[in-house]
Design a protein around this ligand. Structure first.
Ligand SMILES: Nc1nc2c(ncn2[C@@H]2O[C@H](COP(=O)(O)OP(=O)(O)OP(=O)(O)O)[C@@H](O)[C@H]2O)c(=O)[nH]1
Ligand SMILES: [Mg+2]
Length: 231
């Protein structure tokens, strides 16, 4: 159960975008949910928001094909991304999703933290390890969220998570934070929301400040100060 204190009160779909041009103004913190197709991104978002089908889910991989923005409590954005590495889409489409995902992650100023989802039942997959490497190289702040914990016994999930941590310790001095979740049995969401609240507290003032400065600069470009002098 997600406690009253931490739960999301209002969640609304804002818009879908396929590239940086279509994104909403970068005036508040946002959090991206990424991972392989079918890992459970959209399901986790619904669980966190306490809604059945805010984000569209599907048993067929490749459901989410755009960057989907959800406004949360009028304070922050949650962004549902297309999955990467789905073998049955064409190579061109895979590459274009990959470009959309990495382009967005590396250029969005107001992106505070990325949640990378991994199916807890799988051994460490090359494609996920490569993505983790990319996040590290790009110096992005991220966590790993293990999904579908209900499909394993209670200890097996924790053991899997620990094994992943050990695997990452081969290359990482300090592995990222990790969460064990299930959208099905509603487990693990509380910790993710608590972390987001804390990130918001730190990041919100700076994002506002920079956004306001940029807006001011744009207004001045449209109507330079000297133009009005002497009026
Ligand atoms: N048992 C179980 N099934 C889950 C869980 N989360 C998601 N699923 C199932 O996994 C399938 C894919 O879920 P989605 O949430 O659509 O996955 P996605 O990562 O958004 O997929 P794409 O949009 O295609 O990239 C659906 O059939 C879900 O019902 C979970 O925690 N437990
Ligand atoms: Mg999806």
């Amino acid at each position: 159960m997600i406690s009253q204190e931490i739960r999301i009160r209002k969640a609304e779909f804002v818009k879908s975008a396929v590239g940086s041009a279509g994104l909403p103004p970068a005036d508040r913190p946002e959090y991206a949910f990424v991972g392989r197709s079918n890992v459970g991104k959209s399901s986790l978002i619904n669980y966190l928001c306490g809604r059945k089908d805010l984000a569209k889910t599907s048993a067929t991989p490749g459901k989410t094909q755009t960057l989907n923005y959800f406004s949360i409590d009028d304070e922050w954005y949650l962004v549902d991304l297309p999955g990467y590495g789905y073998a049955k889409t064409s190579k061109d489409q895979r590459q274009s999703f990959q470009k959309m995902i990495t382009g967005y992650l590396t250029s969005r100023f107001s992106l505070v933290h990325t949640f990378l989802l991994i199916d807890v039942r799988h051994e460490a997959l090359k494609i996920d390890l490569e993505f983790i490497h990319f996040l590290g190289q790009a110096q992005l702040s991220f966590s790993i969220v293990f999904t579908k914990a209900d499909k394993l016994g209670p200890n097996a999930g924790l053991n899997r998570m620990e094994a992943y941590r050990v695997k990452l310790l081969e290359t990482w001095e300090e592995p990222p934070p990790m969460y064990l979740t299930s959208a099905e049995s509603k487990r693990g969401g509380e910790k993710i929301l608590a972390a987001i609240r804390e990130y918001n507290r730190v990041a919100q003032p700076e994002i506002r400040r920079v956004f306001n400065l940029q807006r001011q600069a744009e207004l001045e470009k449209e109507s330079p100060k000297w133009k009005n002098m002497g009026d």
